[in-house]
Ligand binder design. Structure first.
Ligand SMILES: Cc1ncc(COP(=O)(O)O)c(C=O)c1O
Length: 328
């Protein structure tokens, strides 16, 4: 492995803490619960994208780029973090966002504006074409764009989560804690790819489960294959011999409710539980839905009482403010 030799632009405050959730464990009558606070990575309200962006921005700077281009949902945390990372690195930022600009651009949209990113609003079916065209248009204006795919989920971005797994294993070694199961929200796959690869590299011997927030069971072969591919791209990037197959990727489906970004009782209860029992904020789209799935699995008795379950909080709290009406 040669992670230390890869170009990396420092954005994150690391290591992020691991905390116990004793009141919540007791309330749920379940296993011991730990939380890895990647909502506290430090860049612009934090989140999992900070870790990916350290390597993506490092690569962009090494290639002489002057602009980051990426795409996402209107309340994309990835876009907000990319806008902040661009500001910190002295790069321009162009964001392609789904749909129409709302009358009140709050949550992540307000932050994109503060970071000086330029937004391009487009209907979701036209997004991929726009992401292909825009870099050429920027080049024609003399700019040097670096394109980051949706969610920053490629081999370069996933490297951030290989590093995160190394960090976690060191924390567990020092504290003497054991983790039997690790769970987190999964969507574009880069976080899971990095964690799965990092788990293999470091010899983590618990189970790793992605909790799908936007896919259903019929899509599982395609998604798990994609995560394994990102993991293998990442292995090549970091110089590891480990190779992942679809069978190595475990994802739990069945929790997408009414669809991506649609808040239901599952998310509302999860957000309330975490807030009232531990004073920790979850967002409704990713971490809230993922934690709601974990609560359901605990209630179904999937974990034994003497086991330890680590929930990896991947951030996303600014989106809360765009969902005030659904959460009250
Ligand atoms: C807060 C949050 N959690 C989890 C995820 C899922 O991570 P990934 O896209 O790497 O699967 C995202 C992706 O946008 C996110 O914003």
């Amino acid at each position: 492995m040669h992670i230390e030799k890869l170009t990396r632009f420092q954005l994150a405050q690391l290591p992020t803490p691991i905390e116990k959730l004793p009141r919540l464990s007791r309330e749920l009558g379940g296993p011991e619960l730990l939380i890895k606070r990647d909502d506290q990575t430090g860049l612009a309200f934090g989140g999992n994208k900070t870790r990916k962006l350290e390597f993506l921005v490092g690569d962009a700077l090494a290639q002489g780029a002057d602009t980051l281009v990426t795409a996402g949902a209107a309340q994309s945390n990835h876009c907000r973090q990319t806008a902040a990372a661009a500001a910190k690195a002295g790069l321009q930022c162009e964001l392609i966002l789904n749909g129409k600009k709302p009358d009140v651009p709050n949550g992540n949209l307000l932050l994109n504006h503060l970071f000086g990113a330029r937004e391009h609003w487009i209907d979701r079916p036209q997004r991929a074409a726009k992401l292909r065209e825009l870099p050429g248009q920027l080049r024609a204006q003399g700019r040097k764009p670096y394109v980051i795919g949706v969610g920053g989920s490629n081999g370069v971005g996933a490297t951030g989560y290989v590093v995160a797994m190394i960090e976690l294993m060191e924390q567990l070694r020092v504290s003497g804690q054991r983790v039997d199961h690790m769970l987190f929200g999964t969507s574009s796959g880069g976080t899971q790819a990095g964690i799965e690869l990092g788990a293999r590299i470091t010899g983590f011997n618990g189970t790793v489960h992605g909790l799908s927030i936007d896919k259903s069971e019929p899509e599982h072969l395609e998604y798990e294959t994609e995560v394994a591919q990102i993991g293998n791209e990442c292995a090549a990037y970091v110089g590891s011999d480990v190779r992942l197959t679809r069978a190595d990727i475990k994802v739990v489906y069945g929790y997408m409710g009414e669809g991506y970004g649609v808040v239901g009782d599952l998310e509302r209860e999860a957000i309330r539980l975490m807030a009232r029992f531990e004073g920790i904020v979850l967002d409704p789209v990713y971490a809230g839905r993922a934690f709601g799935a974990l609560v359901d699995l605990i209630r179904k008795g999937v974990f034994k009482r003497h086991e330890t379950v680590l929930f990896w909080h991947t951030g996303g709290s600014p989106a809360l403010f765009a969902y005030a009406n659904e959460l009250l």
